[in-house]
Structures are given as C-alpha cells and as structure tokens.
Design a protein around this ligand. Sequence first.
Ligand SMILES: Cc1cc2nc3c(=O)[nH]c(=O)nc-3n(C[C@H](O)[C@H](O)[C@H](O)COP(=O)(O)OP(=O)(O)OC[C@H]3O[C@@H](n4cnc5c(N)ncnc54)[C@H](O)[C@@H]3O)c2cc1C
Length: 436
Amino acid sequence: MIKDSARAIIIGGGISGKLIAASISPYFDRVEVLEKDAKAKENSVRPGVSQGHHIHALLHAGDQMLEMIFPGFKDDMEKKGSIKIDSLNDFYWFHHGAWKIRSKSEFSTFLQSRPFLEEYIESRINIIKNIAYSYETKVLAYIGSDDKRKVIGVKILQDGERKTLSADLIIDASGAASFSKSWMEKQGQKVYEEKVEIGLCYATRQFQLPDKERDFKIKLTYPNPPFEKIGGALSKVEGGKYIATLIGYINSIKPEEVQSEEGFIKYSKKLPLPDIYQELSAGKSLSETRVFNIPHIVWRRFDRIHMPEGLIIAGDSFCRIDPFFGQGMSIAALQANEIGKNFSKGNRSTSGLQKKLAKIVKPVWSMVICEDFRYSEVKGKKPFGLAIQQWYVKKLFKISATNLSIYKDFVKVMNLTSPITTLFKPSTIKEIFKSK
Ligand SMILES: Cc1cc2nc3c(=O)[nH]c(=O)nc-3n(C[C@H](O)[C@H](O)[C@H](O)COP(=O)(O)OP(=O)(O)OC[C@H]3O[C@@H](n4cnc5c(N)ncnc54)[C@H](O)[C@@H]3O)c2cc1C
C-alpha cells in the first residue's frame, strides 16, 4: 500500500466529488478524486453522469456555495456565457394550475448545461495544487481495518491493473450506483433505504429557437397532481441554445413516442399549456432525444448505522431526490461545505458527520415526497401528517401565484437558502386559513 500523510480519497468525480475535493483541500496534504469514466470532450456528457443531457437548474443555495468555494464563480460564469437570470422575473413557472407572480427581485442565478458547469468546476479544482483528479480509475471496494471500526483504503482498477490505496479519509461520491450499501451489508450492517417509487421519465432535446425578444429565460410547467402527470421545461443555456425537457410521472412517457423530433414536439402538445409546444414547433432540433428513467428516489440511511471511522457517503450516493425540483446539485454543494467545515480546525474524525449531512437532506426529502405522494400510484412509506402537509402547501402554492411576499418566502425555501419554518410565519398561516 502507498501511504501518504493525511490523504483523502474521493470516489467519483461528478459534482459532489469535485466540490468536496475543493472544500477539504485546505485540510489534507493530498486529495485524490478517482473517476471511472474517461475524460469527455469539451462540454460533452460522460456516461457516468448521463443525466447531464437533461436540464440542470442551479438553485440559489448551489449558486451561493459555488461562489464561496470558488470566489469569482458568478463573474466567470457570466463572462463564459451562462445566462444570468432574475429568478422571479425571467422565470415563468406554471405550478399547481397557476402562473407564479413575476416581479423584479433580489434573487438571481445562472442557466447553463450541466457539462458546461462541471467543466468550469473542474478547471477550478485543476489549479488547486494538492488535488489530483484521475480518470479511468474505478473503485471496486473499501478496505476495512481488522476490527471493522475504520475504513483505511480502497481497491481500484486502473490501467487494467488492480491496486490498493490507503487513505485517512474516503468519501463516496459515486452517485446513485454506489456500492457502499452492499459493502456495508457484507460487513454485517443493514442499511435501511427509504424508497419512493415515482416512475419518472425525462426526455430532452436541444433546440435552436427563432431569434426574437422573449419575456422569459426559463419556463417550467409542472403537472398539477394528481390529475396531470406530464410536465415540461424550456431553458436558455450557453451558446444561445435551448434545452427542452419533457417529464412524466408514473411511467406516463413512453420513450418510443418521444424519440423522433416530430414525436417529441407532438408530445409537448400534451403539456398543461401550449406555449412550450408553440416554441418548439417554430424551432429546429439540434440533438437526438435523450431519455433518463428514475423509477424511484432513495435515501440510504447511512446516518442511522454505526459508520466506520474514515468513511462518508455524500451526494446521490446518500440520497437521490426527485430531480424535477432541481435540488440535487445544491444539496451536493451544501454537503461539500459541511464536510469541509468538519475538517477545519485540525479535526480528522468523521464521527457525527453523516448525521450532519442527513440534516441537509431531511427537509428537502420531506418537501419532495409530500409532492410525489399526491399521486395515488406512487408507492413508499408515507410520513406521518402527510395529508395536512399536502393541504397546507397546496394552499401556499396557490397563494404564491398572487402574493409576492409569500412567493418570495417559498422561493427561498425551494432554493434551500431558508429553513422550511419560513413558510409558517403567523402572517402566512393567517393567509392560508383565509384563502378558499
Ligand atoms: C434527469 C435528471 C435531472 C436532474 N436535474 C437537476 C437539476 O435541474 N438541478 C440539480 O441541482 N440537480 C439535478 N439533478 C440531480 C443531479 O444530477 C445530482 O444530484 C448530482 O449529479 C449528484 O452529484 P453526484 O456527484 O453525487 O453524482 P453524479 O453526478 O452521478 O456523479 C457520480 C460520479 O461517480 C462516478 N463513479 C461511479 N461509480 C464509480 C466508481 N466505482 N469508481 C469511480 N468513479 C465512479 C461516475 O462516473 C460519476 O462521474 C438531476 C438528476 C437527474 C437524474
């Protein structure tokens, strides 16, 4: 085994892996990011992150964390061609049967494709001297200490050879396909999974739309549950292109129906409103249809087991959330920040850290499953008090179509910059009970 002083290994070089590497780099002599894929061509999607073909909104929490981790991020993104938006004025959102109120605001973020964002992040970590990013390096398993209390290394496959690497810290950021649960179970620790079957399908194409003044930069049509199951999004991204995404819950999109350009555009006619269809019919498709299925969302409760020292599970390896709420990358950024904080001030222990990451996931998971369970076909363990929560937030959604102050609070919670309690101010509760 190779032994360096204070060496951290990160499994997976996606959004989580890269952000965690940057966050912990001040506290470790060497941080190694091991990525199984080969390096992709500029701005293209790697097989390990094939969700990167689809719309990837960056919420305010993600945007703020990225600026904190990489000072100058916002200026750089704007210069490079990301689309800066006023999140209330440039974002058209049809939600639970009503358009959200629009107004000039203090909220902003950027629109870009996922590979464009990841390429920028990679360029920033490449200049951090103690981070080494290795492509074509697959991690196969952990190496535990004899007493099973610690994880002390990993087994890898690199250049066709099996090797072992020792480390003081190992972070699993390998996404939804992570082997951590099965490895842990082989060590005799059952990892409980909260699983909600949503049968969600994404279908995406890139479009060139006719050059004209538009009063939006991103448009989102949510299906109004339980009756509507199909939603859509149209987002301007770098290079003047648009990403058009159709989504369907409960297996309502049949991939073969949206495969051709004609089929895709025709399908967009089924959206609750005709405006995305009208835009696409006048446009020219620039790509084939990409399909991504999310049969279920899952939260693997590593926070409820006795985690071995030296191991942390982050990002989608820990929890894959319903992506149509656009929160995954921001959760990854918040977790990266939490992990970084844990190792500041000379601490080297991972004790209690998984529970801190769970605290980031919990309110988001609760918000998301509240919405997903509006479909009676969705299967999973329903939380206590769900019906009341659904009643309350449905009213709040409706009010936020006309009440700017309540909408702003909702935007802050949705964007993970304010706690969920923000939605329970006495004045808001009063409005909820007053509304029909
Ligand atoms: C269709 C879709 C749309 C989405 N839209 C949004 C959105 O609008 N906004 C948003 O914030 N989030 C969105 N998300 C969620 C977002 O993609 C994820 O939350 C985010 O990518 C999680 O990052 P990650 O680094 O944990 O995992 P990933 O991005 O999946 O990265 C995991 C990495 O690990 C590598 N890897 C896997 N196994 C190994 C191994 N054994 N050894 C070495 N490397 C390995 C993979 O190749 C990959 O590079 C969406 C997700 C989907 C599926």
